[in-house]
Design a protein around this ligand. Structure first.
Ligand code: FES
Length: 184
């Protein structure tokens, strides 16, 4: 008995019927959906505008003309080149170095000079005690001409993606070394 009275107090015009609830829900969903749709229409272009340069990071996947193919010999040579970078809204130019060489089959490859120990810069044939090797002056890492790690460093030197087009060597992004496997 008392529970019946409480029900009338909470809902003076009687409890809502199933039909009224569903109409209310329908309106809520419709208005909410339309608002969300309009909001997304206004906000998404702004997000895209802000994020777009990050998604389209310039530099990745591009090849840069670095050296004349005719000048590449079986002795590694050092070449430097400029890479235009676009990081978000920030444009900059990085100067990169590659050690380029022709292997026994005449295939040209280019090694990154970044030591795989802690990131110092290696040089070719720069340690008299170990001729014809790459040597890192920081902690003594050594590598073969294919970039195979001989001491200190845990991995072979990385290499650049390489493309020969006409008379020129083009270099692309830096990738893990695949030359060492050819040696084995
Ligand atoms: S950074 Fe090259 S040996 Fe340590």
């Amino acid at each position: 008995m008392s529970s019946h009275n409480e029900e009338h107090e909470s809902f003076p015009q009687g409890p809502p019927t199933r039909k009224e609830m569903s109409r209310r829900q329908f309106l809520t969903y419709t208005l909410g959906g339309a608002t969300a749709f309009m909001g997304a229409g206004a906000i998404l272009p702004m997000i895209r505008f802000a994020v777009d340069p990050v998604l389209h990071k310039k530099g990745a996947g591009e090849f840069i003309k670095v050296a004349e193919a005719a000048k590449i010999t079986d002795v590694p040579q050092e070449f430097t080149f400029e890479l235009a970078q676009q990081d978000g809204w920030y444009a900059s130019t990085a100067t990169l170095t590659a050690w380029i060489r022709k292997d026994e089959n005449g295939d040209i490859y280019a090694l990154s000079p970044v030591c795989k120990h802690l990131g110092c810069t290696v040089g070719w044939n720069n340690d008299k005690a170990y001729p014809d090797e790459y040597h890192c002056p920081c902690h003594g890492a050594r590598y073969t001409k294919l970039g195979k790690n001989l001491a200190v460093a845990p991995k072979p030197l990385d290499q650049y993606k390489t493309k020969i087009d006409g008379d020129w060597v083009y270099l692309g992004e830096i990738v893990p070394n695949t030359e060492v496997k050819k040696e084995a």
